[in-house]
Design a protein. Structure first.
Length: 567
């Protein structure tokens, strides 16, 4: 059998000078070469695993290879042992238990596995990161399944003869039942797992024969679990109680809030209840109230776009509008902008519904329509608060738009958002609200449309040559981009087999230069405005997406899904 160092050199996994350093260090401390190379940072986990696989003739597993495992085999190894020694069972065949290890030469661990499981151990190898992520995913699913089963087993539900919940509810009796441990534990589990999974929304949806729980992770809904249909009334009622809603009212929509505090963080949950033909559906929006960590540099701006944005937010007055659909990151961008312009000399005030991010030394007001604290009322009073810069959470109507314009005309810098498809259509939306053309063109400094797109999972990312169909669909010049490289994710444990992990933003910046203002003043249509903006150098959302696809950050499929061609 070849020595490990020889294999690593032969497979070009390490440079000769680095190997010599590792061998010298090995003689000094007496450990195995692989451990030394890793400890000294001379080789990566992935390369070492591949080298050991070649040397020992042991199968090498990838992240996608551990995406699905035999849960009955996995249960044979206790979780504490799997985490301590970075090993996991993923299948069994008769008396043979298939186990993936970081170190296939650790005889002590292999012998202990044999004693613990009473099976013959068949070894595979994988990098430690891949094994640890698989352990985290699969053992968490095992615990969650067990906790759900335990909670449901402790519940007793009354069902009418036709299979539907009875309409006449003894509210006091129901409240008492909902305060019992099983239902409390189950609802807490649904929310806590959502927080751990980086979910932004929880959907609890009644089906014909079950209750479906889905999380929105990185902008896409993913099915997490289903509960029996008979449990739906108890789960929904428990959430209502937590949000201080009326559990007896099942015919009308309701809105509420839950505040959750853990040792690590504080989360504000906005609860929306909507009656459907199959029962009530609940959507919970999770807002993490930890310190605001975003900056303009880590939002996804290209260098040229970041330069433009910084230029306009440094202006002393005028209006900056960020547009896009709900959940496109508009508020995050504007709060990052406020942090960038914040200084000791300016008084910055925000009016929001709700306050999603709390930033020190910025005066933030949360509106409350039920007591008359509306956007309009708050903004009129802010005029007496000597503001320098103002953030208006959203321009919703003509009253809010008129006040925003007055702020802009009287020496204030205004940041705000609007729901529109792209930058040029934002002008159309402002005109539709009732803003005069001459004011729309004169007070606005910058309009920026944005979208959030999923980034490719780094653990399972691979590169390929763009197909003619993709180039044609993206309206790219086939001569210029022939042989261009795109990337996508295969799907693995880390990304829940989606191929995507995390999000970044696409931006479309329309600077309100004189030719563009002239188009607005002359009453030309949206298409004329778009053509003039492109002529003046505006990069469209589709073009911004293509840039990120060619840079290997985002898949071509994601760009096609989230943007449209403007021609």
């Amino acid at each position: 059998m070849q020595l490990l160092g020889e294999v690593l050199l032969k497979e070009k996994l390490i440079e000769e000078d680095k190997l010599k350093i590792g061998l010298k260090r090995q003689k000094e401390i007496g450990k195995r070469l692989g451990e030394v190379l890793l400890a000294e940072g001379l080789i990566t986990d992935e390369k070492l695993a591949y080298g050991l696989s070649c040397q020992l003739g042991i199968p090498l597993l990838t992240a996608e290879g551990l995406m699905k495992v035999d849960k009955s085999a996995m249960e044979l190894i206790p979780e504490f042992f799997a985490r301590e020694y970075h090993c996991m069972a993923f299948g069994k065949d008769g008396d043979n238990l298939h186990v993936v290890l970081v170190d296939p030469e650790d005889i002590v661990v292999i012998d202990n596995l044999h004693k613990i499981t009473a099976h013959q151990i068949v070894i595979s190898i994988a990098p430690q990161l891949i094994i640890d992520e698989a352990i985290e995913k699969h053992y968490k699913e095992l615990r969650t399944t067990g906790e759900v089963s335990e909670a449901l087993s402790g519940m007793d539900f009354i069902i009418s003869s036709d299979g539907r919940e009875i309409d006449d509810i003894d509210v006091n009796k129901l409240k008492a039942e909902l305060d019992e441990a099983p239902i409390v534990k189950l609802v807490n589990l649904i929310i806590s797992e959502a927080i751990k999974s980086r979910a932004t929304d929880i959907h609890i949806e009644p089906l014909f024969d079950a209750l479906l729980i889905r999380y929105r992770i990185d902008g896409a809904l993913q099915e997490i679990m289903t509960a029996p249909q008979k449990s739906s009334m108890a789960i929904i009622s428990r959430v209502k109680i937590m949000a201080n809603l009326n559990i007896a009212e099942r015919r009308l929509p309701q809105d509420g809030r839950i505040s959750i505090k853990t040792p690590e963080r504080e989360v504000d949950v906005r609860v929306s209840v909507l009656p459907t033909v199959r029962g009530e559906k609940i959507v919970m929006r999770l807002l993490d109230k930890k310190g605001f960590e975003f900056t303009l540099a880590n939002l996804g701006f290209e260098n040229d776009m970041l330069h433009i944005f910084r230029k306009w937010i440094a202006m002393p007055y005028g209006m900056i509008i960020v547009s896009g659909p709900t959940g496109s990151g508009k508020s995050t961008t504007l709060h990052a902008a406020l942090k960038a312009v914040q200084n000791e000399e300016d008084n910055i005030v925000t009016v929001e519904d709700p306050v999603e991010y709390q930033i020190d030394k910025i005066n933030q007001v949360a509106t409350n329509d039920s007591i008359g604290l509306t956007f309009g009322t708050t903004l009129r009073h802010i005029l007496r608060q000597d503001p320098d810069k103002v953030l208006i959470g959203e321009i919703r109507d003509q009253e809010t738009a008129d006040i925003a314009v007055k702020f802009s005309l009287t020496g204030h810098l205004v940041f705000t958002t609007l729901h529109a498809n792209d930058a040029p259509s934002t002008i159309t939306r402002l005109l539709d609200i009732g803003m005069p053309r001459y004011l729309t063109g004169s007070v606005t400094n910058l309009i920026m449309a944005q979208r959030l797109v999923r980034t490719i999972c780094s653990a399972c990312k691979y590169e390929y040559e763009a197909t003619p169909e993709q180039i044609n669909a993206l309206k790219m010049n086939p001569d210029k981009y022939k042989g261009a490289k795109f990337s996508r994710g295969k799907g693995c444990v880390r990304c829940r087999n989606t191929g995507n992990y995390g999000r970044t933003a696409l931006f479309e910046l329309m600077e309100m230069k004189l030719p563009i203002r002239r188009v607005i003043f002359e009453g030309k249509n949206e298409d004329d405005l778009r053509l003039e903006a492109i002529k003046m150098g505006m990069v469209t959302l589709r073009e911004a997406g293509i840039r990120k696809a060619l840079a290997g950050q985002v898949s071509a499929e994601e760009i096609l899904k989230k943007t449209v061609n403007e021609d």
